[in-house]
Design a protein around this ligand. Structure first.
Ligand code: NAP
Length: 248
């Protein structure tokens, strides 16, 4: 039996890294994409390999078309993928839309929606039986922001993630007959570096207590949901996004 082979974009830090470790424990070989932080990539890869599976890290900027092509070409060298976690994303900036620089609005939509669409396109070509693949699962990492709208924080990010949810609905129907399930997870506030990188390191402490469950989520709690969606236990689940947001 060959092991499942799963590609995770942004698989080296935060939710992606937790997902890598969770999937490694379930026997997946992994390809982990990242943009800049090589030390984090090596640390996550070492944790994955300790669990007895193979792991390749690939530095490739998803804001470049060539980066997406390079990532999937590297994965193809490892075998025929069975899963793709479309996870890389960023909020970049916190504040009202009217005060958000134009280039930040464009970059936010570019990474969180356009790159997510192009990763999904490449994923279908890697997984679909119509393209010579063995079928599989695409998990799109959205956000609770897609339905909350993120007023005063990042409306442009929420709008991009709403686009990701629409993509999950439509693409699932396009490829259902080709052995591919397309699903999403929509995390609420989760303890990762995404908040510090957008300029508010203490956002988890500010927002976490307002969540009905009374706290922020941990990356491993989102990883468990992604692992379930990738598994055969979710074999009749497609075209839907699972909220993992503590009731918010
Ligand atoms: P994170 O800790 O900041 O990690 C982001 C990962 O994406 C890193 O591996 C990073 O690589 C990679 N990445 C960023 N920009 C990239 C680019 N241009 N090309 C390639 N890779 C890139 O983020 P996170 O909090 O885990 O977020 C993961 C996903 O969950 C995102 O889609 C995010 O929108 C979503 N989400 C997060 C939260 C939350 O509260 N944390 C809530 C809802 C949804 P480097 O290490 O090289 O920078």
């Amino acid at each position: 039996m060959t092991r499942p082979l799963t590609l995770i974009t942004g698989g080296t830090r935060g939710i992606g890294a937790a997902t890598a470790l969770r999937l490694a424990s379930a026997g997946h070989d992994l390809v982990l994409g990242y943009a800049r932080d090589a030390a984090a990539a090596e640390q996550t890869a070492a944790g994955v390999r300790e669990q007895g599976v193979d792991c390749l890290t690939v530095r490739a900027d998803l804001l470049e078309t060539a980066g997406i092509e390079a990532l999937f070409a590297a994965a193809a060298e490892c075998g025929t993928p069975t899963g793709v976690v479309n996870n890389a994303g960023a909020t970049f900036h916190i504040g009202p839309l009217s005060d958000t620089p134009v280039d930040v609005v464009r970059r936010t939509v570019d990474l969180n929606l356009t790159s997510a669409l192009l990763v999904a396109r490449a994923a279908v070509r890697a997984l679909s039986t119509s393209f010579g693949g063995r079928g599989g699962v695409l998990v799109n990492v959205s956000s609770g922001a897609a339905t909350l709208g993120s007023p005063g924080e990042y409306v442009q990010y929420a709008a991009a993630k709403a686009g990701v949810d629409a993509m999950t609905v439509g693409l699932a129907q396009e490829v259902a007959a080709d052995g591919v399930r397309v699903v999403g997870v929509a995390p609420g506030i989760v303890r990762t570096d995404i908040h510090a990188e957008a300029g508010e390191p203490d956002r988890v402490e500010r927002v976490g207590p307002k969540v009905p469950l009374g706290r922020a989520g941990e990356p491993a709690e989102v990883a468990d949901a992604i692992a379930w969606l990738l598994s055969d236990a979710a074999s009749y689940v497609t075209g839907t996004t699972l909220r993992v947001a503590g009731g918010r």
